[in-house]
Design a protein around this ligand. Structure first.
Ligand code: UDX
Ligand code: ADP
Length: 474
């Protein structure tokens, strides 16, 4: 029995992390009232939409979980202050992008949203509140949050008891596209903190569906650093295999065979060895840059340079794909139509943050190409935001050099194209009928596959020329 019984939770931030995480907690703990709040009214309205296809986050299985819990003990609201005031536990799950200017620009996380949340919690919380950092944060952020929360003591007048706080770090390890499975069957749950009772209060919530041996209790700083390190290790594997892919292309080896061969060593393991156009998503780059910033801050310049190289290789990988495509298309793509298949940073998500498709598309637009972009889940408006450029009005006729259009079908994208570049491993790209699609393209037509989704035999039988990432010729 914990001395902090949790009957109501407020989660600040209804994004990719806050939304699915709270939906699963509410689903598994029907006795706890869970309210997810956000300043963004449109986002909250979408979470409350009766049409579950309109949820702001696309995650397989999320609609079922929301359908079970919403209105029962799961609520989405813009009433941030009221929700904080009535909560026993507050999760901070707001965005922490890399700083764009000032000290640490380009590396440190911008904590302005976290700080704003902490101030709101300090102002509105009542009694004892357990504050849980869920957003990915640089090490020692909890101390900053605690310092802000402690100012709440001075706001209290004699009529009201003082508000008190415990701060925990409970980093999220879910991956987009598999969030619900990752939340329902996590490899581990990590809780860092100094207050044992608060740790047990949070552990009790998870214990409703996670075995106790998988709930790790650590020091605050260990928990914060583990999140950064886990992502850095995963990203490092991807840069490693991408570096090997380039070597395979140069030497005539095949990266798929090399990955299989090294992955069967149980010390290395088979996961996260898929070469591709480079890692994207909101976490990997941001977290590594945070590690780099921290290392420099503590005078560990070799450590900083070591991790920095993982990001540099990732940037290089993206640039090399666009450069290589231009080179294969006789050195110029000016005025040529290129079909881009996939804009999300990985399959099964509508998220495009740091997607390799952004940099690669921008490079090709800069070269004067006309891009017809298709993605089963990413909307045209989102692509326009990511590229900083509105689309041409019609997909059949892209106007001008360096312009793009949104294609609603793969066939529409390929119509009249000189090449197709596959950037996301969506299932529907695995089963395309190349024998009929080939006729839509302008010969000699190319297929550039960065995700190993197409069958090279089908491509060559369809009369198309194939380039596959990580495949060298004999
Ligand atoms: C990641 C971590 O996996 C997760 O634990 C953490 O909580 C958040 O960051 P996410 O960014 O959602 O999750 O996706 P992930 O599956 O890790 O993929 C990240 C990027 O790496 C994607 O662009 C993906 O395409 C790429 N990737 C992944 C590869 O290129 N090859 C691989 O073998 C695996
Ligand atoms: P993540 O991937 O970490 O979940 P998102 O950007 O998808 O990040 O979501 C973060 C959410 O946090 C956004 O919807 C944003 O509007 C919300 N947010 C940021 N600051 C505040 C705040 N002070 N109060 C309420 N919501 C906030």
């Amino acid at each position: 029995m914990t001395i902090y019984p949790i009957k109501s939770i407020c989660c600040i931030g209804a994004g990719y992390v806050g939304g699915p995480t709270m939906a699963v907690i509410a689903d598994r703990c029907p006795h706890i009232e869970v309210t997810v709040v956000d300043l963004n009214e449109e986002r909250i309205a979408a979470w409350n939409d009766s049409d579950l296809n309109q949820l702001p986050v696309y995650e397989p299985g999320l609609d079922d979980v929301v359908a079970r819990a919403r209105g029962r003990n799961l609520y989405f609201s813009t009433a941030v202050d009221e929700s904080i005031a009535s909560a026993d536990m507050v999760f901070i799950s707001v965005n922490t992008p890399t700083k764009k200017k000032g000290v640490g620009a380009g590396q440190a996380s911008d904590l302005r949203w976290v700080e704003a949340c902490a101030r709101q919690v300090a102002q509105w919380a009542k009694g004892h509140t357990v504050v849980v950092e869920k957003s990915t944060l640089p090490v020692r952020t909890a101390a900053a949050i605690k310092a802000i929360l402690d100012t709440a003591k001075s706001k209290s007048d004699n009529a009201e008891p003082l508000s008190t706080f415990s701060v925990l770090s409970n980093p999220e390890f879910l991956a987009e596209g598999t969030a619900i499975r990752d939340l329902e069957q996590p490899d581990r749950v990590l809780i860092g903190g100094n207050d044992k009772d608060a740790i047990e209060a949070l552990a009790t919530i998870y214990s409703h569906w996670v075995p106790n041996r998988k709930i790790l209790r650590t020091k605050l700083w260990s928990s914060e650093l583990s999140k950064l390190t886990a992502n850095a290790f995963l990203a490092q594997r991807i840069s490693s295999i991408n570096s090997v892919a380039a070597l395979c292309e140069a030497t005539g080896a095949d990266v798929r065979e090399v990955a299989l061969a090294i992955g069967t060593d149980s010390r290395i393991g088979p996961k996260f060895l898929d070469a591709g156009p480079g890692f994207g998503g909101s976490c990997f780059q941001k977290d590594i840059l945070n590690l780099v910033y921290l290392s420099r801050h503590f005078g560990l310049s070799e450590v900083a340079s070591y991790w920095e190289q993982v990001v540099e290789l990732n940037n290089w990988q993206q640039n090399r794909i666009s450069a290589l495509l231009v080179q294969r298309l006789f050195g110029t793509v000016t005025g040529k139509r290129l079909a881009i298949l996939g804009f999300a940073f990985k399959a099964n998500t509508n998220d495009t943050r740091e997607s390799p498709a952004i940099r690669i598309s921008l490079d090709l637009l800069e070269e004067g190409a006309q891009l017809a972009i298709h993605d089963p889940k990413v909307a045209s408006t989102q692509i326009a935001l990511a590229l900083g450029k509105a689309p041409s009005s019609s997909s059949s006729e892209i106007k001008g050099e360096g312009s793009w259009c949104f294609a609603t079908t793969v066939a529409e994208a390929l119509q009249g194209a000189d090449a197709v570049l596959i950037l996301t491993e969506w299932d529907e790209y695995l089963t395309l009928d190349w024998s009929s699609l080939a006729g839509l393209m302008r010969a000699p037509a190319w297929v550039f596959d960065t995700r190993s989704v197409v069958n090279p035999v089908e491509i060559s039988e369809a009369g198309l020329i194939m380039w596959r990432l990580g495949e060298g010729s004999d």
